[in-house]
Design a protein around this ligand. Structure first.
Ligand code: ATP
Length: 289
């Protein structure tokens, strides 16, 4: 029996547009995703000799087969023909759920990476990403991490170098939003025209924080504000407390404020957390591996 430890990092969508619905029912998206330092921690025990078990410190995280990590592990052991002789995964959950921060996907990605390292890398990074895409569209990005333009279902990735450290305050209102319902609303209402990722990506490449801030975008945000007006209030407070700009991430409901100064970010986080318990301070996270 061996315990291994892994962390799954949350993502933010600095830019998110939907291009249209595909024949397979998924949507093609165009996004710029960013890994941040907010993370879940996992204890993974292999060789327990017992039936598989997945649980968490948070009661609303699905257990066992319902947890996205179960399918990821099943696919990994099928593909590699390895018998783990029992698997237990304990998830210490910090990433808010139903927030648009890929909390489930990043746990699955961290588990896949950890198992691959533990068993001597039977799968390449590309193979792991292909496997991850079968579990969820955000899983390949979560496996690679960093900053990337993502296309198609979100599983076609173009990494971008993002050096300067930026600070994010993330604040989730009490209500969560369902990704499926948000896509249904978008299909019903139609996709509004918008500019592409070029200005944002140039801002990232040129380390121009003002240009990054000015070009944050999320196609779901106006729809989400109609469902949950608190999102607009949080955005407004982020700016009042010094954010260069603020935007919803993914299909909501979390909002992030972008700060250049850690001091401003810290103070904004303190103020917002008085009203919203799920408020966090984070930076962009770069994997050292
Ligand atoms: P995304 O940004 O990928 O759209 P999200 O951040 O909005 O996702 P998640 O936190 O990933 O949402 O949770 C969505 C649902 O996935 C949860 O309500 C939960 O039922 C299910 N789920 C399965 N496994 C996990 C997990 N390990 N952690 C969190 N949620 C999980």
């Amino acid at each position: 029996m061996t315990a291994i430890y892994a962390s799954g990092y949350a993502k933010l969508n600095l830019y998110l547009n939907v291009l249209g619905k595909r024949e397979d029912g998924y949507h093609n998206i165009e996004s710029v995703m960013q890994t941040i330092s907010l993370r879940d921690d996992m204890e993974i025990i292999v060789g327990t000799g017992e039936p598989w078990l997945i649980d968490s410190d948070r009661d609303d995280v699905p257990r066992n087969e319902e947890n996205i990590c179960w399918k990821a592990a099943e696919l990994f052991f099928q593909k590699t023909h390895i018998d783990p002789n029992g698997l237990t995964v304990h998830i210490l959950k910090r990433i808010p759920m139903g927030a648009g921060m890929a909390g489930g996907s990043t746990d699955a990605a961290a588990l896949l990476r950890a198992l691959d390292v533990y068993y001597g890398k039977p799968l390449s990074l590309d193979e792991l990403c292909l496997l991850g895409a079968k579990v969820g569209s955000d899983v390949p990005f979560c496996i690679l991490g960093g900053t990337a333009i993502t296309e198609e279902r979100g599983d076609k990735l173009f990494p971008i170098l993002h050096d300067p450290q930026l600070f994010y305050v993330i604040c989730k209102p009490e209500a969560s939003l369902s990704t499926k319902e948000m896509y249904d609303l978008l299909d019903r209402d139609g996709i509004p025209p918008c500019s592409d990722t070029k200005k944002l990506v140039n801002g990232i490449r040129n380390h121009n924080v003002q240009q990054i801030a000015k070009n944050l975008y999320n196609v779901f945000e106006p729809l989400a504000v109609r469902q949950e007006p608190e999102i607009a209030k949080i955005k407004q407070q982020m700016k009042q407390y010094g954010a260069l700009n603020a935007m919803m991430t993914g299909s909501g409901s979390a909002v992030f404020g972008l700060f250049e100064s850690p001091d401003d970010a810290f103070k904004a986080c303190e103020k917002l957390s008085k009203k919203y318990p799920e408020t966090f301070l984070a930076t962009n996270h770069i994997d050292e591996d």
